[in-house]
Ligand binder design. Structure first.
Ligand code: NAD
Ligand code: ZN
Length: 261
């Protein structure tokens, strides 16, 4: 195995001594599960009309265009399994170190891995509601109907208006409970661990600065630089899977000593 570089070692040692970690994840934690992030060549932003289709006004104008733009992402999410980086956060929770996992992702992989205190700032693809009467809908059978050609935009069984997933679209505010829970957890943390986020989507990207202002240390693991790197106590520019496997190995309890013969 390749020897770990120093940034990884300092990041792991900060994790080892932290007692109240808030993890803050972005699309980069799920790319190794096969889900593209927003800014990669295959990502949603590679289509210049995406911002229009993925906005609240765009959905009202043309729900079918919203589903045409999103179904690739939703189908990929349906097949995805949690990564080693998701598992690292579960391990840290088992060790009693996790105040909360705050995610910008809509893919539900933190809960699927077993994290229990998750704030989904941008909502979830899994559930939905009617755009008119607000009735709750499980989205999974509705996505299946779209994929089988049964509809191009699912309609509410109560009022026939278009149904939309519970994801935060452009032009919309973040869900109040998730945002407040995240802000409170950040105020209590002694370490914020940023995993796979370009930190350019606001207001979510305010959270690392809130953590630093409240006296917490910041650790960033991301392939590319972010504007927060200089405020961080440790920055690892590398792949999350590699970092997570090194951290999991380093944090595992030492094997029991062999019995005396
Ligand atoms: P982003 O696409 O802006 O940034 C992802 C970052 O992760 C990039 O800086 C990239 O260099 C890094 N990265 C990618 N793969 C990595 C890896 N294997 N190891 C380490 N770093 C890696 O994502 P964002 O900051 O989360 O913001 C984009 C928005 O996209 C969010 O609002 C989110 O809701 C949405 N989104 C979510 C999903 C999902 O649920 N999985 C997927 C695409 C987009
Ligand atoms: Zn309805």
């Amino acid at each position: 195995m390749a020897r770990m570089n120093d940034p990884s070692e300092s990041a792991i040692s900060l994790i080892r001594t932290a007692r109240r970690i808030v993890a803050f994840s972005g699309a980069g934690i799920s790319t190794e599960a096969g889900i593209p992030d927003f800014r990669s060549p295959r990502g949603v932003y590679s289509n210049s009309d995406a911002v229009e289709w993925l906005s609240a006004s765009g959905f009202r104008r043309d729900p079918a265009a919203f589903y045409r733009a999103s179904m690739d992402l939703f189908s990929t999410i349906a097949r995805a399994e949690p990564t080693d980086a998701h598992r690292l956060l579960v391990r840290l929770e088992e060790m009693g170190k996790v105040e909360a996992v705050v995610t910008q992702n809509i893919d539900g992989l933190h809960a699927a891995a077993g994290s229990s205190k998750v704030y989904e700032l941008h909502g979830t693809w899994r559930t939905g509601r009617c755009s008119e009467c607000g009735a709750f809908h499980n989205m999974l059978p509705l996505y299946d109907r779209i994929l089988q050609g049964g509809t191009d935009a699912p309609a509410c069984c109560l009022c026939s208006a278009p149904v939309r997933p519970d994801i935060v679209l452009f032009e919309e505010l973040l869900p109040v409970e998730a945002w407040q829970g995240a802000v409170e957890a950040v105020g209590r943390c002694d370490l914020m661990l940023v995993l796979g986020s370009s930190l350019v989507v606001y207001p979510a990207a305010e959270l690392p600065m809130m953590a630093v202002s409240a006296g917490a240390k910041l650790v960033i693991v991301n392939l590319e630089e972010t504007s927060y790197d200089r405020a961080a106590a440790a920055v690892v520019h590398g792949r999350l899977g590699e970092f997570a496997r090194a951290a999991l190995a380093a944090l595992s309890p030492a094997p029991p000593a062999p019995p005396a013969s």
